[in-house]
Design a protein around this ligand. Structure first.
Ligand code: SF4
Ligand code: SF4
Ligand code: FES
Length: 323
């Protein structure tokens, strides 16, 4: 089969902007996008820059944007991409600084991973199991929710809608890593609290919009968004409720419990409280919402079936495991 691969090229030494290069190529059955790029580099244009190593979806170095979404080139089938999209376009990971062609600068990514201190601060007793392996105190076998499968490819960060507009955001990979160490029963209790406190800051767990893109693109099913939700839950359980994000969740739940629905007229008060500065800050947003008919009457009629809903919520709360 003969096909055209369109590659985004950029050489900072000679180019002011990126441009597309089309390469016609004969491809065989079972070839991956990475196979095609290596062939292009070896046979057509040796100046093409790309990063790869294992060719087996292990090292994480070949992540790039293929037909508009973040993928590992070494496990992306050319034929399937062509069937699905009718074309093969390849570009570097989005929202990372490009060093050359398909190679991006991962330094900001590694900095954020380092910032969450991806190592243990052991503080609880360990004991040796029957097979000689270390077991974790009374907590038994730790569950790391697949976060250890992360190969640090950066695809989730490239796809993250918050990282796109706010480069300071800790990002899905680093937050998933933070969750992994928080879930470790060998971690010292004091550092668990310190870890969680650090994540309450601006650019921490509450910035995530739960768009789910990190989950969709992750080649290892790490599910970073679920990790962020666990971190949020752990924060609330430990009484870390002063951030806007935490207050939003608590206010939302409270309103649904009281009124059976979200009430946008009262919600801002739940988030910023009665602080004059906070209220002034959200005033323009409130006026825009009002003009667009998005603010219901705070004294709207009660919803039918509210008593049932309240009793349902009470039962769920009773059944929920205690923190
Ligand atoms: S769910 Fe959160 S962390 Fe994941 S991509 Fe969306 S905003 Fe980013
Ligand atoms: S969480 Fe998934 S997408 Fe993100 S760096 Fe790890 S393996 Fe890659
Ligand atoms: S080359 Fe290692 S993950 Fe693709």
């Amino acid at each position: 089969m003969r096909l055209t691969v369109t590659i985004q090229r950029f050489n900072p030494e000679v180019d002011s902007t990126a441009h597309a290069q089309e390469v016609r190529l004969d491809v065989g059955r079972g070839m991956t996008v990475l196979d095609a790029l290596i062939r292009i580099k070896q046979e057509c244009d040796g100046s093409l820059a790309l990063r790869y190593s294992c060719r087996s979806a292990i090292c994480g170095s070949c992540a790039m944007t293929i037909n508009g979404s973040e993928k590992l080139a070494c496990r992306t089938s050319l034929r399937k991409e062509l069937e699905r999209h009718g074309q093969i376009t390849v570009a570097p990971l989005r929202n990372f600084p490009v060093i050359k062609d398909l190679v991006v600068d991962m330094a900001p990514f590694w900095r954020k991973i380092r910032d969450v201190q991806p190592w243990l601060s052991p503080g609880r007793p360990w004991r040796e199991g029957p097979s000689g392996q270390v077991e974790a105190g009374e907590a038994g076998n730790p569950q790391f929710h697949n976060v250890d499968a992360c190969i640090m490819c950066g695809a989730c960060v490239a796809a993250c809608t918050v990282h796109e507009v706010s480069r300071g955001f800790a990002g899905p990979a680093a937050l998933a890593k933070a969750d992994r160490f928080l879930s470790d029963p060998r971690e010292a209790r004091a550092s668990t609290k310190a870890r969680l406190s650090a994540l309450q800051d601006e650019h921490g767990i509450w910035d995530c919009t739960r768009c789910n893109f990190c989950v969709e693109v992750c080649p290892k099913d790490v599910q970073p968004m679920e990790a962020i939700i666990r971190l949020r839950r752990a924060s609330l359980e430990r009484g870390m409720t002063t951030t806007g994000g935490a207050r939003h969740i608590l206010g939302f739940a409270e309103l649904v419990e009281q009124q059976g629905r979200l009430n946008e007229a009262i919600m801002p008060l739940k988030v910023v409280g009665f602080s004059p500065r906070g209220l002034l800050r959200i005033l323009p947003l409130g006026i825009t919402m009002l003009l667009k008919g998005k603010v219901p009457s705070p004294f709207g009629h009660a919803l039918p079936g509210l008593a049932n809903l309240k009793s349902f919520i009470r039962r769920v709360k009773r059944a929920a495991p205690r923190a």
